[in-house]
Ligand binder design. Structure first.
Ligand code: MLT
Length: 407
């Protein structure tokens, strides 16, 4: 009799955003005359930049000619894209990252989920709360946790992000091995200072631990004091991997392209205490299980590093950040305390009420979809996340409806 991986039975029946989509679809089916505005899942709405579309067309034409046709590409990504990333995202910020330390993939969600499989099943996890659910769920699937008791999995050190610490967790007093950090943060929109990140790098060094640093939203940082990359912190090359994505930077949620930085200096240990570079392990995993991102998509991603590309993606991000400011200002005016929205596309609203109830109120009375904070963890209760990814018109309409509904 074939058996299932019973770790899956510890999970909630569906993934957070699938759960929300189900509720929203039910509402839409029951209320076809009431158009809804989606400020829930962080999915971009504005068209792909012209440079990316031009690159996609040109690359597709190359594939249409025998002389320039391409079959399998390098699993790790084409050199033209890895070089552009190393130069523009890292060297330009004074970070020493080599092209061959960059692994191109089809998304940070996949990278975050896949990376944990190269670590031992009994590594000790440190995971923020609230958090992007993928970090927790993929470790539950892998059997690294016990049961879910009262909203928390046994075996995880939860890093609480609350109004008291400005939603930036301090290093824990206990030792852990694998630490997930995300800045600008999803869901709270909070950012971490250099000093705060330096404390995490020192903690990781002291514990021979590894930081998985998700900076998918770094392009939204406007405060010049805030680091865009963990590698802006001295010593991070020895203890941190970094996830980046083109999804929110260049509107690639449907196009799919991201990358993972694995410095050759980051190591983990075997049972005898011998150090193994993560780079070699990840390269083995990536080339065994992945055949690379399509050539046209990598060409489109590389196009954002041209002058025109920088200008066009800059305009796109400014559009979403202007939406974010409108949302934060409007929610503040309604009397809620908010974080995020200034260096991130998410506004984290402290509602002081049950978050699913608040979600239902906005859906039923304003026809606006947000994300209930409880879906991101226990510390998310009492909050909702509002996403700035939409047209200006929809954001303005949504805010007017929210104001009327909460009056
Ligand atoms: C979110 O809404 O948190 C994001 O869309 C998740 C993701 O990027 O996978």
């Amino acid at each position: 009799m074939i058996r299932i991986n019973e770790n899956y039975t510890k999970l909630k029946a569906s993934y957070l955003f699938a759960d929300i989509a189900k509720r929203v679809n039910a509402y839409v089916a029951a209320n076809p005359s009431k158009p809804i505005i989606r400020l829930g899942i962080g999915d971009v709405t504005e068209p792909l930049p012209q440079v990316c579309r031009d690159a996609l067309h040109a690359a597709t034409d190359e594939l249409g000619q025998r002389a320039t046709f391409k079959g399998y590409g390098p699993e790790q990504g084409y050199a033209f894209l890895r070089d552009a990333i190393a130069q523009h995202d890292y060297a330009a910020r004074g970070c020493k990252i080599e092209s061959d330390e960059i692994f191109i993939s089809d998304g940070s969600k996949c990278d975050c989920g896949n990376i944990q499989e190269i670590f031992s099943h009994d590594v000790r996890l440190a995971i923020p709360d609230p958090v992007y659910p993928v970090y927790v769920d993929t470790n539950v699937m892998a059997g690294r946790t016990g049961a879910n008791v009262d909203g928390r999995y046994q075996g995880i050190t939860y890093l609480e992000c609350t109004p008291a610490n400005g939603y930036v967790p301090a290093v824990p007093s206990v030792a852990t091995d694998l630490i997930y950090l995300c800045f600008p943060n999803n869901p709270t929109g909070a950012v971490a200072t250099k000093a705060q990140l330096a404390a995490w790098v020192a903690y990781a060094k002291a514990n021979k631990a590894i930081i998985l640093f998700d900076s998918a939203y770094e392009a939204y940082i406007r405060d010049p004091q805030i680091p865009h990359s963990i590698y802006e912190i001295e010593g991070a090359r020895d203890v941190a991997l970094e996830f980046r994505s083109f999804s929110k930077t260049a509107g690639f949620t449907g196009t799919r392209c991201a990358y993972l930085v694995v410095p050759k200096t980051v190591v983990a240990y075997d049972v005898a205490g011998n150090a193994h570079p993560i780079h070699a392990l990840w390269n083995r995993r990536h080339s065994t299980k992945f055949n690379g991102v399509s050539y046209p998509v990598q060409k489109a991603a590389a196009a954002i590093y041209t002058e025109a590309g920088k200008q066009q993606t800059g305009a796109l991000i400014n559009h979403y950040l202007a939406n974010a400011k409108l949302i934060r200002d409007a929610m503040t005016k309604l009397g809620f305390s908010c974080v995020g929205g200034d260096n991130a596309p998410y506004i984290w609203v402290n509602t002081g009420r049950d978050s699913w109830q608040f979600f239902d109120t906005l859906l039923n009375q304003a026809q606006v979809v947000c994300t209930p904070g409880a879906g991101f963890g226990k510390c998310g209760e009492g909050h909702v996340r509002i996403s700035a990814f939409n047209s200006r018109e929809n954001v303005e309409t949504a805010l007017a409806r929210i104001a009327a509904a909460l009056k």
